[in-house]
Ligand binder design. Structure first.
Ligand SMILES: [Fe+2]
Length: 314
Protein backbone atom coordinates (compact mmCIF):
# COMPACT_ATOMS: atom_id res chain seq x y z
CA UNK A 1 0.00 0.00 0.00
CA UNK A 2 2.76 2.39 1.00
CA UNK A 3 4.60 1.63 -2.23
CA UNK A 4 1.45 2.29 -4.20
CA UNK A 5 0.88 5.62 -2.45
CA UNK A 6 4.49 6.55 -2.97
CA UNK A 7 4.43 5.75 -6.65
CA UNK A 8 1.37 7.99 -7.09
CA UNK A 9 2.86 10.92 -5.20
CA UNK A 10 2.89 13.94 -7.47
CA UNK A 11 6.22 15.42 -8.43
CA UNK A 12 6.24 19.07 -7.44
CA UNK A 13 8.60 20.81 -9.83
CA UNK A 14 8.66 23.58 -12.38
CA UNK A 15 8.23 22.12 -15.86
CA UNK A 16 9.73 24.81 -18.12
CA UNK A 17 11.53 28.10 -18.27
CA UNK A 18 8.56 30.27 -19.07
CA UNK A 19 10.72 33.29 -19.82
CA UNK A 20 14.12 34.89 -19.25
CA UNK A 21 14.24 38.66 -18.82
CA UNK A 22 17.08 41.14 -18.74
CA UNK A 23 17.60 44.83 -19.36
CA UNK A 24 20.08 46.72 -21.53
CA UNK A 25 20.64 50.42 -22.18
CA UNK A 26 19.58 50.22 -25.84
CA UNK A 27 16.95 47.72 -26.95
CA UNK A 28 17.49 48.54 -30.63
CA UNK A 29 20.92 46.88 -30.34
CA UNK A 30 19.30 43.83 -28.74
CA UNK A 31 16.67 43.71 -31.46
CA UNK A 32 19.30 43.77 -34.18
CA UNK A 33 21.39 41.06 -32.49
CA UNK A 34 18.55 38.57 -31.94
CA UNK A 35 17.07 39.18 -35.39
CA UNK A 36 20.46 38.39 -36.93
CA UNK A 37 20.62 35.29 -34.71
CA UNK A 38 17.46 34.04 -36.44
CA UNK A 39 14.78 34.78 -33.84
CA UNK A 40 11.36 36.39 -34.28
CA UNK A 41 11.84 39.69 -32.45
CA UNK A 42 8.73 41.74 -31.72
CA UNK A 43 9.25 45.33 -30.68
CA UNK A 44 7.01 46.85 -28.03
CA UNK A 45 7.46 50.30 -26.46
CA UNK A 46 10.53 50.00 -24.28
CA UNK A 47 11.20 46.32 -24.74
CA UNK A 48 11.51 43.49 -27.23
CA UNK A 49 9.81 40.11 -26.96
CA UNK A 50 11.68 37.16 -28.38
CA UNK A 51 9.92 34.31 -30.19
CA UNK A 52 11.10 31.49 -32.42
CA UNK A 53 9.51 31.46 -35.88
CA UNK A 54 6.48 29.18 -36.06
CA UNK A 55 6.07 28.93 -32.26
CA UNK A 56 3.47 30.79 -30.16
CA UNK A 57 5.58 31.17 -27.06
CA UNK A 58 7.49 34.28 -25.97
CA UNK A 59 10.79 32.88 -24.69
CA UNK A 60 12.36 36.06 -23.43
CA UNK A 61 12.00 39.80 -22.98
CA UNK A 62 14.71 42.43 -23.13
CA UNK A 63 13.78 45.68 -21.42
CA UNK A 64 15.31 49.11 -21.75
CA UNK A 65 17.00 50.22 -18.55
CA UNK A 66 20.23 50.99 -16.73
CA UNK A 67 23.70 51.59 -18.07
CA UNK A 68 24.68 47.94 -18.50
CA UNK A 69 23.07 44.57 -19.10
CA UNK A 70 21.32 43.15 -16.03
CA UNK A 71 19.42 39.94 -15.42
CA UNK A 72 15.98 41.08 -14.23
CA UNK A 73 14.04 37.89 -13.55
CA UNK A 74 13.46 34.30 -14.52
CA UNK A 75 9.92 33.01 -14.93
CA UNK A 76 9.20 29.28 -14.61
CA UNK A 77 6.12 27.44 -15.85
CA UNK A 78 4.21 25.29 -13.32
CA UNK A 79 1.11 23.07 -13.39
CA UNK A 80 -2.07 24.55 -11.84
CA UNK A 81 -2.43 21.69 -9.35
CA UNK A 82 1.02 22.40 -7.93
CA UNK A 83 0.42 26.09 -7.25
CA UNK A 84 -0.84 25.74 -3.62
CA UNK A 85 2.19 23.67 -2.65
CA UNK A 86 4.59 26.14 -4.24
CA UNK A 87 2.82 28.99 -2.43
CA UNK A 88 3.15 27.18 0.87
CA UNK A 89 6.88 26.58 0.34
CA UNK A 90 7.54 30.23 -0.53
CA UNK A 91 5.49 31.45 2.45
CA UNK A 92 7.31 29.12 4.83
CA UNK A 93 10.67 30.42 3.63
CA UNK A 94 9.49 34.03 3.90
CA UNK A 95 11.02 34.96 0.55
CA UNK A 96 7.87 36.05 -1.28
CA UNK A 97 7.76 39.42 -3.04
CA UNK A 98 4.79 41.23 -4.56
CA UNK A 99 6.10 41.19 -8.11
CA UNK A 100 8.66 42.87 -10.33
CA UNK A 101 8.62 46.39 -11.69
CA UNK A 102 9.09 45.09 -15.24
CA UNK A 103 7.54 41.62 -14.91
CA UNK A 104 4.25 42.54 -13.17
CA UNK A 105 2.58 40.73 -10.29
CA UNK A 106 0.83 37.74 -11.86
CA UNK A 107 1.68 34.33 -10.39
CA UNK A 108 3.96 33.66 -7.43
CA UNK A 109 7.01 35.88 -7.03
CA UNK A 110 9.98 35.40 -4.74
CA UNK A 111 13.58 36.43 -4.39
CA UNK A 112 16.04 33.57 -4.88
CA UNK A 113 19.13 33.18 -2.61
CA UNK A 114 21.10 35.50 -4.93
CA UNK A 115 18.39 38.16 -4.73
CA UNK A 116 17.15 37.55 -8.30
CA UNK A 117 13.40 37.95 -8.78
CA UNK A 118 11.75 34.70 -9.79
CA UNK A 119 8.22 34.04 -11.00
CA UNK A 120 6.23 30.81 -10.92
CA UNK A 121 3.40 31.01 -13.42
CA UNK A 122 0.72 28.49 -14.39
CA UNK A 123 1.56 27.95 -18.03
CA UNK A 124 1.70 25.23 -20.69
CA UNK A 125 4.77 23.00 -20.65
CA UNK A 126 6.98 24.38 -23.39
CA UNK A 127 10.16 22.47 -22.58
CA UNK A 128 10.33 19.50 -24.97
CA UNK A 129 8.56 16.33 -23.83
CA UNK A 130 10.82 14.08 -25.86
CA UNK A 131 14.22 14.37 -27.46
CA UNK A 132 13.92 16.58 -30.47
CA UNK A 133 14.82 15.08 -33.82
CA UNK A 134 17.18 16.52 -36.42
CA UNK A 135 15.66 18.45 -39.30
CA UNK A 136 15.38 16.00 -42.15
CA UNK A 137 17.43 16.73 -45.23
CA UNK A 138 16.52 14.95 -48.44
CA UNK A 139 19.36 12.90 -49.88
CA UNK A 140 20.98 14.78 -52.77
CA UNK A 141 20.31 13.77 -56.34
CA UNK A 142 23.00 11.42 -57.61
CA UNK A 143 25.72 13.48 -59.22
CA UNK A 144 24.85 16.62 -57.22
CA UNK A 145 26.71 17.59 -54.08
CA UNK A 146 24.84 17.73 -50.76
CA UNK A 147 26.21 21.15 -49.83
CA UNK A 148 24.46 24.25 -51.19
CA UNK A 149 26.29 27.07 -52.95
CA UNK A 150 27.35 29.73 -50.51
CA UNK A 151 24.80 32.16 -51.98
CA UNK A 152 21.96 29.64 -51.53
CA UNK A 153 22.41 29.06 -47.79
CA UNK A 154 19.18 29.55 -45.84
CA UNK A 155 19.13 31.66 -42.71
CA UNK A 156 19.24 29.57 -39.54
CA UNK A 157 16.15 29.91 -37.35
CA UNK A 158 16.37 28.22 -33.93
CA UNK A 159 13.46 25.96 -32.93
CA UNK A 160 13.13 26.58 -29.18
CA UNK A 161 14.93 27.82 -26.06
CA UNK A 162 16.80 24.83 -24.69
CA UNK A 163 18.31 26.28 -21.52
CA UNK A 164 19.92 29.22 -19.77
CA UNK A 165 23.11 29.42 -17.75
CA UNK A 166 23.00 31.66 -14.71
CA UNK A 167 25.92 33.04 -12.74
CA UNK A 168 25.76 32.62 -8.98
CA UNK A 169 28.23 33.32 -6.16
CA UNK A 170 27.33 29.98 -4.53
CA UNK A 171 26.57 27.09 -6.87
CA UNK A 172 25.93 24.54 -4.12
CA UNK A 173 23.54 26.80 -2.19
CA UNK A 174 21.64 27.46 -5.40
CA UNK A 175 21.52 23.75 -6.32
CA UNK A 176 20.00 22.99 -2.91
CA UNK A 177 17.46 25.77 -3.37
CA UNK A 178 16.61 24.61 -6.89
CA UNK A 179 16.14 21.09 -5.60
CA UNK A 180 14.08 21.93 -2.51
CA UNK A 181 11.99 24.78 -3.85
CA UNK A 182 11.80 24.43 -7.64
CA UNK A 183 12.08 20.63 -7.74
CA UNK A 184 14.91 20.78 -10.31
CA UNK A 185 17.42 17.92 -10.15
CA UNK A 186 21.14 17.86 -10.80
CA UNK A 187 22.16 16.05 -13.97
CA UNK A 188 25.92 16.57 -13.81
CA UNK A 189 28.29 18.95 -12.09
CA UNK A 190 31.92 19.88 -11.64
CA UNK A 191 32.93 20.48 -8.01
CA UNK A 192 31.37 23.76 -6.86
CA UNK A 193 32.13 25.46 -10.18
CA UNK A 194 29.23 24.45 -12.39
CA UNK A 195 26.04 22.39 -12.12
CA UNK A 196 23.39 21.40 -14.64
CA UNK A 197 19.76 20.89 -13.63
CA UNK A 198 16.76 19.32 -15.37
CA UNK A 199 13.08 19.03 -14.55
CA UNK A 200 11.67 15.63 -13.52
CA UNK A 201 8.75 16.42 -15.87
CA UNK A 202 11.14 15.85 -18.80
CA UNK A 203 13.52 18.32 -20.40
CA UNK A 204 16.81 18.67 -22.16
CA UNK A 205 19.79 17.51 -20.07
CA UNK A 206 19.94 21.02 -18.68
CA UNK A 207 17.09 23.45 -18.33
CA UNK A 208 19.04 25.75 -16.03
CA UNK A 209 22.79 25.55 -15.49
CA UNK A 210 24.64 27.41 -12.74
CA UNK A 211 28.20 28.73 -12.93
CA UNK A 212 30.29 30.21 -10.14
CA UNK A 213 30.94 33.95 -10.27
CA UNK A 214 31.15 36.90 -7.89
CA UNK A 215 27.49 37.74 -8.32
CA UNK A 216 24.33 36.82 -10.18
CA UNK A 217 23.95 37.26 -13.93
CA UNK A 218 22.87 35.65 -17.17
CA UNK A 219 25.77 33.95 -18.96
CA UNK A 220 23.94 32.61 -21.99
CA UNK A 221 20.66 31.59 -23.52
CA UNK A 222 20.83 28.43 -25.62
CA UNK A 223 18.73 27.83 -28.72
CA UNK A 224 18.14 24.45 -30.34
CA UNK A 225 18.76 24.16 -34.07
CA UNK A 226 18.03 21.24 -36.39
CA UNK A 227 21.49 20.06 -37.45
CA UNK A 228 25.21 20.32 -36.89
CA UNK A 229 25.33 22.14 -40.22
CA UNK A 230 22.93 24.74 -38.78
CA UNK A 231 25.33 25.33 -35.88
CA UNK A 232 28.07 26.12 -38.41
CA UNK A 233 25.81 28.17 -40.68
CA UNK A 234 24.61 30.09 -37.61
CA UNK A 235 28.17 30.97 -36.68
CA UNK A 236 28.75 32.30 -40.21
CA UNK A 237 25.43 34.16 -40.17
CA UNK A 238 26.54 36.02 -37.04
CA UNK A 239 30.05 36.74 -38.34
CA UNK A 240 28.45 38.22 -41.46
CA UNK A 241 26.17 40.32 -39.23
CA UNK A 242 29.19 41.76 -37.44
CA UNK A 243 29.30 39.52 -34.34
CA UNK A 244 32.73 38.11 -34.99
CA UNK A 245 33.61 36.90 -31.52
CA UNK A 246 32.45 33.63 -30.03
CA UNK A 247 33.41 30.08 -29.17
CA UNK A 248 32.97 26.99 -31.34
CA UNK A 249 32.05 25.12 -33.33
CA UNK A 250 32.63 22.30 -30.87
CA UNK A 251 30.98 19.52 -28.89
CA UNK A 252 30.31 19.57 -25.16
CA UNK A 253 31.03 16.61 -22.89
CA UNK A 254 28.25 17.39 -20.39
CA UNK A 255 25.00 17.49 -22.36
CA UNK A 256 26.76 16.18 -25.51
CA UNK A 257 25.47 19.03 -27.67
CA UNK A 258 27.29 20.58 -30.60
CA UNK A 259 27.67 24.29 -29.96
CA UNK A 260 28.57 27.69 -31.21
CA UNK A 261 28.43 30.60 -28.76
CA UNK A 262 28.12 34.07 -30.23
CA UNK A 263 29.34 36.89 -28.02
CA UNK A 264 26.49 39.36 -27.66
CA UNK A 265 26.84 43.18 -27.51
CA UNK A 266 27.08 43.05 -23.69
CA UNK A 267 29.86 40.47 -23.37
CA UNK A 268 27.59 37.51 -22.64
CA UNK A 269 26.53 34.84 -25.11
CA UNK A 270 23.79 33.26 -27.23
CA UNK A 271 24.34 29.59 -28.12
CA UNK A 272 23.31 27.59 -31.16
CA UNK A 273 22.88 24.05 -29.84
CA UNK A 274 22.21 20.78 -31.62
CA UNK A 275 21.53 17.27 -30.32
CA UNK A 276 21.63 17.87 -26.56
CA UNK A 277 21.00 14.85 -24.30
CA UNK A 278 17.44 14.41 -23.07
CA UNK A 279 16.09 13.38 -19.67
CA UNK A 280 12.61 11.83 -20.01
CA UNK A 281 9.89 12.47 -17.38
CA UNK A 282 10.45 10.37 -14.27
CA UNK A 283 13.98 9.30 -15.22
CA UNK A 284 16.71 9.97 -12.68
CA UNK A 285 19.84 11.04 -14.53
CA UNK A 286 22.85 9.75 -12.56
CA UNK A 287 24.54 12.92 -11.34
CA UNK A 288 28.30 12.67 -11.79
CA UNK A 289 31.05 14.98 -10.60
CA UNK A 290 33.27 15.73 -13.61
CA UNK A 291 36.88 16.84 -13.45
CA UNK A 292 36.80 20.46 -14.77
CA UNK A 293 39.54 20.02 -17.39
CA UNK A 294 37.82 16.94 -18.81
CA UNK A 295 34.22 18.09 -18.79
CA UNK A 296 33.79 21.16 -20.94
CA UNK A 297 34.33 20.08 -24.52
CA UNK A 298 35.23 16.98 -26.49
CA UNK A 299 36.59 18.99 -29.41
CA UNK A 300 36.58 22.57 -30.61
CA UNK A 301 38.74 25.68 -30.50
CA UNK A 302 40.36 26.81 -27.29
CA UNK A 303 38.10 28.53 -24.80
CA UNK A 304 38.23 32.34 -25.20
CA UNK A 305 39.63 34.08 -22.13
CA UNK A 306 36.50 36.13 -21.52
CA UNK A 307 34.12 33.16 -21.79
CA UNK A 308 33.24 32.98 -18.13
CA UNK A 309 33.45 36.65 -17.20
CA UNK A 310 30.33 38.10 -15.67
CA UNK A 311 29.91 41.52 -17.25
CA UNK A 312 26.90 42.30 -15.05
CA UNK A 313 29.06 42.83 -11.99
CA UNK A 314 29.85 46.50 -11.48
FE1 LIG B 1 24.65 25.95 -23.12
Amino acid sequence: MNTLLKSHKRTIAVHSINKFAFSVPDVAIASNFYRSFGLDVREENDRIDIYTFGHQHCWGTVYKGGDRKKLQYISYGIYAEDEPEFKEKINKLGIGISGHVMGGSEGIWFSNPDGVATQLLIAPKISPSKKTTPDSALPPELGKGAAPSRSKVHKVQPRYLSHVLLFTPDVLRMVEFFNNVLGLKVADYSADIIAFTYTPHGSDHHLVALAKSNGPGLHHTSWDVGSLNDVGVGSEQMRNAGSKKGWGVGRHVIGSNYFYYVEDPWGSFAEYSFDIDYVPAGFEWPAADHVPEDSLYVWGPQLPENFISNTEIV
